[in-house]
Design a protein around this ligand. Structure first.
Ligand code: ADP
Ligand code: MG
Length: 277
């Protein structure tokens, strides 16, 4: 078994004492290099889980560890902040400085990186998200997708093990969405960064190696996208769609065409269908 980078053991969370649980008895671990999508209807507990996984919230019951460090112990706070970074939905709420360079530097200052180490780290992080040319620009002039990439660079500069993105593409146009998703995909593939990708876009989930589905504060499905999306009935019951190409595949199979279940995006579906022409 590969090392768990993020782990939740019997984790529950209540926002207020005596109130209902937003998250109930969750057991989940994310291994080094995994890229996992988390799906679930509004209120199913995705954001609560995300904030537990990087130590922003401390479990009401159970234990969360980041690279083996218990998030409930104050001594671990700074080390955890370096290891697991989080990107939120609204690109405008995440940038703090008036120049891109300073924005990426902000997190480094917080964790006490020596000044002379900063330029190299900032440049490497901006290069990794394809934004090095924008280093002297003003963040508020950038597109939503570019802002999210700067937010990601700010985390990368801290050399994290894990990235947790909570609907990071929800406010972007299709181009910005693809920009941000493909950068994160590349960081996962090339640098082995563990990614937790919370989304309501099924096409994005289909591109992750693993899909976890939440409902009412519980984990209700956990598997490869092919397995999870095969359960179209269960998905509908949880008020979730399956990716369009998966639905098309189901339809074509029901009409007797042999279409691979791995064809979950337009390109691979086109290849499958062309075999029949
Ligand atoms: P999701 O991200 O899947 O939409 P959330 O984690 O935001 O779900 O919410 C899970 C549950 O916790 C919901 O019932 C929601 O109403 C509740 N909740 C979320 N944030 C708060 C908060 N700040 N205070 C009280 N309850 C909250
Ligand atoms: Mg949410």
């Amino acid at each position: 078994m590969e090392e768990a980078i993020l782990q939740a053991k019997n984790v529950s969370y209540a926002y207020e004492e005596g109130e209902g649980l937003a998250i109930s008895d969750i057991n989940l671990s994310f291994r080094r290099g995994e890229m996992t999508a988390i799906l679930g209807h509004n209120g199913s507990g995705k954001s609560t889980l995300a904030k537990l996984l990087n130590g922003l919230y401390i479990p009401t019951a159970g234990t969360v560890t980041v690279c083996g460090m218990d998030t409930a112990l104050d001594d671990n706070t700074w080390e955890i902040r370096k290891k697991a970074g989080m990107v939120f939905q609204n690109p405008d709420n995440q940038l703090v400085a008036s120049i891109v360079r300073d924005d990426v530097a902000f997190g480094l200052e917080n964790i006490g990186v020596p000044t002379e180490e900063m330029p190299a780290r900032i440049e490497a992080a901006l290069r990794a998200v394809g934004m090095l040319d924008f280093i002297d620009r003003a963040p508020h002039m950038l597109s939503g997708g570019q802002k999210q990439r700067i937010a990601i660079a700010g985390i990368l500069a801290m050399q994290p093990q894990a990235l947790i993105l909570d609907e990071a593409t929800a406010m972007l146009d299709p181009k910005g969405r693809e920009e941000v998703f493909s950068i994160v995909e590349k960081l996962n593939r090339e640098q082995g960064i563990t990614v937790v990708w919370i989304t309501h876009f099924m096409e994005e989930a289909a591109r992750c190696g693993r899909v976890v589905v939440m409902d009412g504060g519980h984990i209700v499905m956990d598997g490869e996208p092919q397995e999870v999306f095969t359960r179209a009935e269960d998905m509908r019951r949880m008020r979730l769609d399956v990716p369009p190409m998966v639905a098309l595949g189901d339809l074509l199979r029901s009409r007797g065409m042999k279409i691979s279940r791995d064809a979950m995006d337009i390109d691979s579906m086109a290849r499958e269908v062309l075999k029949w022409l």
